[in-house]
Ligand binder design. Structure first.
Ligand code: ACO
Length: 348
C-alpha cells in the first residue's frame, strides 16, 4: 500500500442568491410544479444574478472549505467546471488569485457532472506523487448562463452553485484518506450531452449559430446511462477495496434526478436512507453537485465520522467515476439555502 495518501481536511459549499421555484418556472414556461417534482424530485434551484459567474461562486465555496480546514494556503488548486468564465484562459488561476493563494499551480478540469470526481482524483494523485502537500478542489458551475431560456426540460433541472474540498498529505490508514478511484469515459456517446457551438469544431466549419451555444441533452438515454454507469463504477470500486456493498454507510451520487438516485441505490442494494439527496433544494448543479450534497449531509449529521462514504458521478463525455473514503471529523458550515433576498426576482 502507498505510504502517502490525500486526506480530506475541509469541506464547504455556496449557492447564489437568486432562488427559482418550480412555480416561478411555470409562470414563464409550459410546465408545472407537479411535473417537475414527480419526474425529477427537484423543487427549487438557485441561479446567479447578472454579473456573477463561475469564478465568483467558486471563490465563495473555496473560502468556506479553507475555513473548514483551518487553512490559509494550499499548494494546488484544481477547479472542475464546464462553464468557465472564458474559453481561454482557465478560470482556476483567477480563483486562486482572488482567494489570495499566491502563485500556486491552478488549472481547470472539464468532465461535466463527473468533474468533481475527476478533479479529486487529479489532486489526490498529485499529493500521493509528492508534487503537492495540500490542494483545494472546487466543483463550480453556472449552467443557468448556457441554458436555452425556452427549453423547459433543462431549465427545470439545472441550478448554479459550487462545492469545495481541501486535501492534505497524510497516511492511508487515517480517517479521511481517499482510498481509491474508478474513472471512465465513452466518447462514442458524446452527442447525448453537448453545447455544440462556441468551440473549435463548429468555428472551423463556419457553422456557429447563436442557438448552438445553448446546452442540449437527450434526457432518456442520459437517464439510462447515468444509472448503469454509476452503479457499475461504484461496484468496481468497492470490489477493488474489498468493501462488501452493504458496508457502505452513505452513497453521495451526482444529484441529477431522484429517480436516478433511487435506481442506483436499488442496483447496489442500498436502502434509501443510505442514499444522500439534496437535489430537491438545489437541482442539478453539475460539477458542484457531489460536494454540495456531501457538505449538506455532513452539516445535517447524515454523514458522521467513521462512515464508509462512496462518491459517484456521471456526466457529459460521457464520463463517470467513483471515489471512496472513511469519513473524518470535520467542522462544516450549513449551505445557505435561505440566502434568497426577497427583493431579487427570479432570473429570466
Ligand atoms: N414540464 C412539462 N413537460 C416536460 C418538461 C417540463 N419541464 N420537460 C419535458 N417535458 C415533456 C416532454 O416534452 C415530453 O413531452 P411529449 O411526450 O409530448 O414529447 C414528456 O415530458 C416526456 O419527456 P421525456 O424526456 O421522455 O421525460 P422523462 O421522464 O425522461 O424526464 C428528464 C425527462 C427529467 C430530463 C429525464 O430524462 C432525466 O432526468 N434525464 C437524465 C438527466 C441527467 O441525468 N442529467 C445528468 C447529466 S447532465 C450533465 O452531465 C450536464
Amino acid at each position: 500500500m502507498n505510504a502517502r495518501a490525500a486526506v480530506l481536511a475541509g469541506l464547504g459549499g455556496w449557492l447564489p442568491p437568486v432562488r427559482v421555484t418550480n412555480d416561478d418556472l411555470a409562470r414563464e414556461l409550459d410546465t408545472s410544479d407537479e411535473w417537475i417534482t414527480t419526474r425529477t424530485g427537484i423543487r427549487q434551484r438557485f441561479v446567479v444574478p447578472p454579473g456573477l459567474s463561475t469564478s465568483g461562486v467558486a471563490v465563495e465555496a473555496g473560502a468556506r472549505a479553507l475555513e473548514s480546514a483551518g487553512a490559509h494556503r494550499v499548494d494546488l488548486l484544481v477547479l472542475a467546471t464546464s462553464t468557465p468564465d472564458h474559453p481561454c484562459p482557465a478560470t482556476a488561476p483567477e480563483v486562486a488569485g482572488r482567494l489570495g493563494l499566491g502563485p500556486i499551480p491552478a488549472f481547470d478540469v472539464a468532465a461535466v457532472c463527473t468533474g468533481f470526481v475527476y478533479a479529486l482524483a487529479t489532486a489526490s494523485s498529485m499529493i500521493t506523487a509528492g508534487v503537492a502537500d495540500s490542494a483545494l478542489v472546487i466543483g463550480a458551475d453556472t449552467f443557468s448562463t448556457i441554458l436555452d431560456p425556452e427549453d423547459r426540460t433543462t431549465r427545470a433541472i439545472f441550478g448554479d452553485g459550487a462545492g469545495a474540498a481541501v486535501l492534505r498529505a497524510g497516511h492511508p490508514a487515517e480517517s479521511g484518506a481517499l482510498l481509491g478511484f474508478d474513472l471512465g469515459s465513452d466518447g462514442s456517446q458524446a452527442d447525448l450531452i453537448t453545447v455544440p457551438g462556441g468551440g473549435s469544431e463548429y468555428r472551423s466549419k463556419g457553422l456557429a449559430e447563436p442557438g448552438d451555444a445553448f446546452f442540449a441533452m437527450q434526457g432518456r438515454p442520459v437517464f439510462r446511462n447515468a444509472v448503469t454507469r454509476m452503479s457499475e463504477s461504484s461496484q468496481r470500486l468497492v470490489r477493488r477495496l474489498g468493501w462488501p456493498v452493504e458496508s457502505v454507510d452513505r452513497l453521495v451520487a451526482h444529484q441529477a434526478n431522484i429517480r436516478i438516485l433511487s435506481a442506483v441505490g436499488a442496483d447496489l442494494g442500498l436502502p434509501d436512507e443510505k442514499v444522500v439527496a439534496n437535489l430537491d433544494r438545489v437541482g442539478n448543479t453539475v460539477a458542484a453537485s457531489i460536494p454540495l450534497a456531501l457538505t449538506d449531509a455532513v452539516a445535517t449529521g447524515s454523514v458522521v465520522p467513521g462512515h464508509r462514504v462512496l462518491l459517484c458521478g456521471f456526466g457529459g463525455g460521457l464520463t463517470w467515476g467513483a471515489a471512496a473514503l472513511r469519513f473524518p471529523d470535520l467542522s462544516v458550515e450549513p449551505l445557505p439555502y435561505h440566502a434568497a433576498p426577497a427583493e431579487l426576482a427570479p432570473a429570466h
